[in-house]
Design a protein around this ligand. Sequence first.
Ligand code: NDP
Ligand SMILES: CC1=C(/C=C/C(C)=C\C=C\C(C)=C\C=O)C(C)(C)CCC1
Length: 322
Amino acid sequence: MSSVTLNTGASIPAFGLGTWQSPKGAVGKAVEIAIRAGYRHIDCAHLYENEDEVGEVLQKLFKEGVVKREDLYITSKLSCFLMSNKEDVTESLTDTLTKLQLDYLDLYLIHCPFAAKKGTPFMKLQEGIIGYFPDMIASVWETMEGFVAKGLTKAIGISNFSITKTENLLKTAKIVPAVNQVECHAYLQQTKLQQYCKSKGIAFEAYSPLGSPARFNVQPGDPVVMEDPAVKEIASKHGASPAQVCIAFLLQSGLVVIPKSVTESRIIENLKATELVLTDEEMKSLRAIDKNCRLLSFQWFAPDKTVDQIWDASEDEAFVLQ
Ligand SMILES: NC(=O)C1=CN([C@@H]2O[C@H](COP(=O)(O)OP(=O)(O)OC[C@H]3O[C@@H](n4cnc5c(N)ncnc54)[C@H](OP(=O)(O)O)[C@@H]3O)[C@@H](O)[C@H]2O)C=CC1
Ligand SMILES: CC1=C(/C=C/C(C)=C\C=C\C(C)=C\C=O)C(C)(C)CCC1
């Protein structure tokens, strides 16, 4: 399986399994099926509230000798509820390591540049919003740099950072983020952010590569990337599925891609997309269907701001689904 070399010198498998909205009772089985089938990269987060079940299955697979810790690439992310001070940031990582039953992560990301008050009930998030503060992010980053020094994570990175917010972070960062994990699919290709990340040596990781069809804010009439005629036509030419084309397109663009599934047949189907080779012409057709269309606006984190302000839209002028 292909990999991307990070600015740390380490390699990250270019293909991995997402676990957002993978419910407890299903996520462990999904991770087990994936690893047994050949996945070596799992994307987790404190916010997903399922890391304990992922940890249990990892332990089981280590004990059975199916895979060794050093052969896996495990990412997790700092909770947006635990960003206000060093103790909270440390609590988020410690809680994640305990739940995953690991001594170290391969990659630890700031989940998003917005913070919310500790203890805010998840469904009342809007009441606990703190917002985006560059000084808070700088201080979170300094704490995370300490995690690398202590061997608690091999690399640190960011998620949902625009160019402007990354530039702000780089003003004080001693470690350049290894990765920026952002929404990216054929309808939101983020070419400007991709180019910027490349220029800074930051690897670009594509989340929601299938257009997150079961996202919580999905509305009737929203564009559906897996139903795009170009995607379907290319899929049928290859005897592949639309999902496989969506994944192969991003992989062949040099990105790290982390589709989520808890369905055995889809977990396997998505893995097989790593073998699908698209022609230059097909890549060109897929590049042409970009709609600059953001599916996850994160506006709930900053209700006083417009979506354009949240994403520093002068950079990309994406239109956003409400
Ligand atoms: N950093 C961040 O803020 C974010 C990170 N992420 C990460 O990226 C991962 C992927 O993004 P996500 O938003 O989950 O969305 P995806 O684009 O990966 O889509 C997942 C959905 O597609 C379905 N699906 C999976 N494979 C297929 C297939 N072959 N054919 C048809 N449908 C399929 C899944 O259903 P089913 O499971 O029922 O099979 C699920 O409903 C997340 O799980 C998470 O790890 C995502 C969003 C934000
Ligand atoms: C899911 C809903 C809400 C909260 C979302 C939060 C706190 C985080 C979403 C994180 C994502 C997209 C993670 C992917 O990695 C509300 C509280 C806003 C209410 C609607 C449902």
